[in-house]
Design a protein around this ligand. Structure first.
Ligand code: DAH
Length: 347
């Protein structure tokens, strides 16, 4: 016990009371500042004799050290408390369920197209893309469908009141068949001087347009055109290729197809292709899936090829129809409504 003990107790109490670093600095000044209580004690030493100074000085220094130790301890305590508060404020509640990012997915029609491309790709078919705004010549005339011929009304075409740079009337292509001519022309040109020309073997999937809207028709829909022209390509090749395609597409080896006589200006003979599932909800019913036929000699000529030498087959199938059958969709227009509740089912 000495006379500095009360000072020491006061200092400890004052530091303990300080709730913030600023308050603590205030308290420190009261003891260690210029006119603080410890400082006053040290100043008082001046009046003492050298002997007394030594003893008293040691006592005050010890008290000063204890005040400083208490101050530092409290500083540390306040800093820790502050850190704790900060951590608490920034804490993440990891028990909350996360917000999942939408992963998106391919549109069922895109998926069907990619499937079709992969299957025909495996049979050596090229994939071609072409304009959706077509000229009258490519949409009709080149396909052996002369101006004013009634066969032009087989499709309810959207005509565009506009001509292209060469003065040809434009329309929204009502089928992918124009791609037969576009692709074959480019192919024939490429091999014009050559002794032999590789077969033309191509599919052209894409958007098509008609004035039509009900559960199985949409004004914008999708077709895939197929064309194989060579020196010795017959109807039996068409049958094999199409059967292989449709069985692969539906992953059903027992699926049947039949060819029903029909008329298209660009083929002769022409046929509708019907298919029939051997199992599942639609089994036993013939379903029309494609137009087809042997390419008309006039069309071969319009491709820039000699119909005495080249022959082949073509077909045009509705992709939306195939997707409806594959995914069990009842109304074709649902594909294009943009309703995510519907589309998300195909992810
Ligand atoms: N273009 C026809 C349509 O849209 C489908 C078609 C039939 C395409 C016979 C062909 C074909 O290539 O040979 O109805």
């Amino acid at each position: 016990m000495n006379d500095l003990d009360p000072l020491l107790q006061d200092a400890r109490a004052a530091f303990a009371q300080a709730a913030t670093p600023a308050e603590l600095e205030d308290a420190k000044a009261r003891f260690l500042g210029k006119s603080g209580r410890i400082t006053e004690q040290l100043k008082a030493l001046a009046a003492l004799s050298p002997e007394e100074k030594k003893a008293r000085g040691a006592l005050i220094n010890s008290a000063k050290q204890q005040v400083e130790a208490a101050l530092n301890a409290r500083r540390e305590g306040l800093a820790n408390a502050e850190l704790e508060l900060q951590l608490k404020a920034e804490a993440l509640d990891v028990s909350l369920p996360g917000r999942a990012r939408g992963t998106g997915g391919l549109h069922p029609i895109t998926r069907a197209m990619e499937r079709i491309e992969a299957i025909f790709g495996s049979m050596g078919f090229d994939v071609a893309d072409g304009p959706e705004i077509e000229t009258d010549w490519y949409s009709f005339t080149s396909l052996n469908n002369p101006e004013n011929h009634p066969a032009r009304s087989m499709q309810d075409t959207f005509y565009v009141d506009m001509k292209d740079a060469e003065g040809r009337w434009l329309n929204l292509r009502p089928h992918t068949s124009p791609m037969q001519i576009r692709y074959a022309q480019a192919h024939a040109k490429k091999y014009a001087g050559a002794a032999t020309m590789p077969d033309i073997r191509v599919i052209a999937p894409g958007r098509t347009y008609r004035v039509d809207s009900d559960a199985t028709h949409s004004p914008m829909f999708h077709q895939v055109e197929g064309l194989w022209v060579g020196e010795n390509i017959s109807f039996k090749d068409l049958k094999a290729v199409y059967l292989n395609f449709i069985r692969s597409f539906f992953e059903a080896d027992d699926l049947q197809i039949r060819f029903r006589p029909s008329y298209f200006p660009f083929t002769e003979p022409s046929a509708e292709i019907d298919m029939m599932f051997a199992s599942g909800p639609l089994r036993g019913r013939w379903l029309e899936v494609s137009g087809s036929g042997q390419v008309h000699p006039q069309v071969i000529r319009n491709m820039g090829l000699d119909p005495e030498r080249y022959i082949g087959f073509a077909f045009g199938s509705g992709i939306d129809r195939l997707a409806m059958l594959r995914y069990g969709v009842g109304d074709l227009r649902q594909f294009f409504d943009g309703d995510l509740r519907f589309l998300a089912q195909f992810k």
